[in-house]
Design a protein around this ligand. Structure first.
Ligand code: TRP
Length: 349
């Protein structure tokens, strides 16, 4: 099954029981502008998810400071990223959207869970090993206990599912272990969540290195949703392809990864199959194909960019979304926190 077909499948998870919606929660680091890979791979599909699940999404600003951040930049991103998510279709009425640092319960539960997480467990986390070798001059304790904060983020909301990428699966596994450990001592306090691996969503690769996932660390091959049309066109015209001149536009992921990636983008946006695309561009070269892909991307992203630009200027609205989201989130989170405080023996008045 090809990439383009998988995206047309619905997200399949165990059926919701009764009429109560299952709960889902995910955190996103406000660490940069969103790109086409984020959009086609995930965010685009989130809009529909709210029909089936009760969804909580938060910007994990507390996680970002495990690596040194420019304060003004972090503030800007926390707001602009919210605007971009809303512009991509994430409706603040239908989803709970909030900023992690606005809900103190995350830090509060995190401390408690620190005392139910083993040093050895944290030492085994591959992300810690990677990041501590990458940021050798700042191996701070937060980098080490990061997965505990993440466990707190999750367990506060008692979600059934946690949608994450492959790189975060180990952290969700640890969260399950912590929840089970706590429950085995104090009774059923936490829902033990399952990682949710979305079956829909396209996998988009970088335009200049089509064997790597599209990433903001390669700006030349990365199309940001806020890019202007001429910038998008330029990036696509420079996209890496190959020197095939006989029959250039055909799907061969192995031998023609650049072309396969462009075909996947085009197919995802137009709904056309690879066969249809091959027919459409039969006898035509990349000089025709690349701008055609760029045009569909430009058309798709135009309304998203314009809406995001409009929202970014409406700080009052964004503040309201964050305030309302934090209230709704805190209501659920504090309930769990009170229970935990009581269980571990903190005296309550
Ligand atoms: N660690 C996640 C990442 O880097 C972000 C995150 C923080 C998260 N808290 C979470 C994801 C809770 C899911 C649930 O991508």
């Amino acid at each position: 099954m090809t990439d383009s077909h998988t995206i047309q499948k619905e997200e399949q998870t165990p059926q919701s029981k009764g009429n109560e919606k299952k709960r889902m929660l995910s955190g996103i680091q406000p660490s940069g502008d969103l790109h086409l890979g984020n959009y086609l791979g995930a965010i685009k599909n989130w809009a529909d998810r709210a029909e089936e699940y009760e969804c909580y999404y938060f910007m994990a600003d507390m996680h970002t400071i495990t690596v040194r951040q420019e304060p003004a930049e972090l503030r800007r991103r926390s707001l602009h990223q919210l605007a971009q998510y809303i512009a991509c279709g994430l409706d603040p009425e239908k989803n709970v959207l909030f900023l992690q640092s606005h809900v103190p319960a995350h830090a509060q539960l995190s401390w408690v869970l620190n005392c139910y997480t083993m040093f050895g467990e944290l030492s085994r986390m591959t992300q810690f090993k990677d990041k501590s070798s990458k940021y050798k001059d700042n191996i701070n304790a937060g980098l080490f206990t990061y997965p505990v904060l993440m466990a707190a983020d999750i367990l506060l909301y008692q979600p059934d599912y946690v949608p994450v990428g492959d790189d975060q699966k180990q952290h969700v596994e640890l969260t399950r272990d912590i929840a089970q450990r706590f429950n085995s001592i104090y009774g059923e306090v936490f829902t033990v969540p399952e990682p949710f691996i979305s079956k829909s969503g396209a996998r988009i690769y970088g335009l200049s290195s089509p064997t790597d996932k599209m990433s903001k660390s390669d700006p030349g091959g990365c199309v940001f949703i806020m890019d202007e049309p001429d910038v998008i066109m330029k990036k696509f015209k420079r996209a890496v392809t190959d020197s095939d001149t006989d029959n250039p536009v055909r799907y061969d992921r192995e031998n023609k990864p650049g072309v396969a990636n462009l075909m996947n983008i085009y197919s995802t946006l137009t709904g056309k199959s690879y066969e249809e695309i091959e027919q459409e561009f039969a006898g035509k070269g990349y000089g025709v194909f690349k701008p055609a892909v760029a045009e569909t991307v430009i058309d798709t992203l135009k309304p998203v960019r314009e809406e995001a630009e409009r929202l970014m200027k409406d700080k009052e609205y964004l503040n309201r979304v964050y305030k309302d989201g934090a209230e709704r989130a805190a209501y659920v989170a504090n309930k769990t926190l009170r229970k935990v405080y009581k269980k571990v023996g903190f005296y309550q008045i």
